[in-house]
Design a protein around this ligand. Structure first.
Ligand SMILES: Cc1cc2nc3c(=O)[nH]c(=O)nc-3n(C[C@H](O)[C@H](O)[C@H](O)COP(=O)(O)OP(=O)(O)OC[C@H]3O[C@@H](n4cnc5c(N)ncnc54)[C@H](O)[C@@H]3O)c2cc1C
Length: 396
């Protein structure tokens, strides 16, 4: 490593939800030197993308300049990491700068795996497909669905790992409710492609989701995936063989996800098929590089990734970094995660579980997994404020 490398005590790769909230928490706890490398100029509160897809929010309402969310005292490096050497804890960026550190935290999120769904990129470009999971096409989803009076529509839930994949159901339910109110639901043929046999694989919440799907007469393809898109057709790979859904008016098909390639090239991945960072899921410490840690969507934490999960991950990882330096016992993350799902335009069920699927409700005396208007309001209006004002400032 050349002498010109700039050194930081804690270096965080990725200034999204995970990296920014961890940096803020470390600084609140007294860490003297925290730097974040982030390539984007705009920071987005991604959970609101679902509401953009339901006509309940705009892209501008969820976007802020990335510089405006940098925690006080944090060094920001606006650059793209292209390679990492975990053994020497050194990082190379696209502009040719090198950084070294005492502790490295890897949280660049997930990348879309466009190759996994042939024809998806072309269908997005052609305008008859799009998704709330894609910043470039999210704003097109509601205009495409709102005006529909008849025809065929396909929605998918992506396989894990995905950024809160279950929220792919939100635009489906918001659109179905809209069509019902507009008295055209009978003329819209709605298809849902599920990777598993049930929406979540959790008995209680699944019963409620199935009830909502049945009430809107949604045709559910289980254990299925989109094999390809071409023309206006969506070909599904199902347990019974290939099925073609033809003449599709709009396809809300979510890409599959994988870890960034440089994570795998750096030797940070383990046996996980899409290259997630190989950490101890309880402590979030890398299994082979003890000064490397990971959290967020890219970490192999044996739970479903979500922004809500990050509240708990940050609360464990920040003290663990300090404890490891002092040779003290490390705290454990139980895999807590959230799945907020709208079952109508203004009703939402909040599913909170640990990594074994056991309920982990934040509010124990009300069953938030029952669809309610108040939970919808909290998810749409209150949580974005908590995010900008408290989570990104390390105060939750
Ligand atoms: C449509 C949608 C709806 C969602 N709804 C919800 C919800 O309702 N509730 C919920 O809890 N969660 C939800 N989520 C999930 C939540 O947004 C993610 O779990 C969370 O953002 C993960 O944070 P992260 O920091 O790990 O990854 P990201 O938020 O993806 O941030 C990673 C950051 O790293 C940066 N980066 C990547 N590579 C590099 C590089 N090489 N160099 C420098 N910087 C890099 C990126 O620019 C990015 O800013 C949703 C996500 C989506 C997409």
């Amino acid at each position: 490593m050349p002498d010109t490398a700039q050194h930081h005590d804690v270096l965080i790769v990725g200034g999204g939800n995970a990296g920014t909230s961890l940096a803020a928490r470390l600084l609140c706890d007294g860490a003297p030197d925290v730097a974040v490398i982030e390539s984007r100029q705009v920071h987005r509160y991604r959970p609101l993308l679902s509401y953009v897809g339901g006509g309940e929010a705009s892209m501008s309402s969820l976007s802020r300049p990335a510089d405006s969310v940098v925690p006080d005292g944090c060094t920001t490096l606006r650059d793209e990491v292209v390679s990492v050497d975990p053994a020497s804890r050194s990082v190379l960026t696209g502009s040719g700068r090198r950084f070294t550190c005492t502790t490295l935290v890897v949280c660049p999120g997930l990348d879309e795996d466009w190759d996994a769904t042939p024809g998806l990129g072309e269908a997005y470009d052609a305008g008859w497909a799009g998704s709330t999971f894609d910043d470039d096409t999210a704003a097109r989803v509601w205009p495409a669905l709102r005006g529909l009076r008849s025809g065929r529509v396909v929605f998918t839930v992506p396989p894990e790992p995905a950024p809160c994949g279950a929220t792919a159901l939100k635009p489906l339910f918001m659109a179905c409710d809209h069509w019902r109110r507009a008295e055209v639901l009978e003329d819209v043929e709605v298809h849902l492609v599920l990777p598993g046999a049930a929406p979540l694989g959790l008995d209680g919440p699944d019963a409620r989701i199935e009830e909502a799907l049945a009430s809107y007469d949604v045709r559910v393809h289980r254990g299925a995936a989109v094999a390809r898109l071409d023309g206006r057709s969506v070909t599904l790979a199902t347990p019974a063989g290939e099925e073609v859904v033809e003449d599709v008016a709009f396809a809300h098909v979510v890409p599959h996800y994988r870890a960034p390639r440089w994570v795998v090239e750096a030797g940070l991945a383990g046996a996980h098929p899409v290259g997630l960072v190989d950490v101890d899921p309880q402590t979030m410490r890398h299994r082979r590089f003890p000064d490397v840690w990971s959290l967020g969507d890219v970490a192999d934490l044996r739970t479903r990734p979500s922004g809500g999960a990050l509240r708990k991950q940050v609360a464990v990882l920040a003290p663990n970094i300090l404890a490891a330096r002092l040779d003290r016992p490390l705290e454990h993350y139980d895999g807590y995660t959230v799945m907020p799902i709208t079952t109508a335009r203004h009703r939402l069920m909040l599913v909170e579980v640990d990594r074994d699927g056991r309920p982990r409700p934040t509010v124990p005396f009300i069953d938030l997994s029952r669809p309610r208007a108040v939970t919808w309001w909290v998810d749409r209006y209150a949580l974005p404020q908590v995010y900008w004002r408290r989570i990104l400032r390390g105060r939750v």
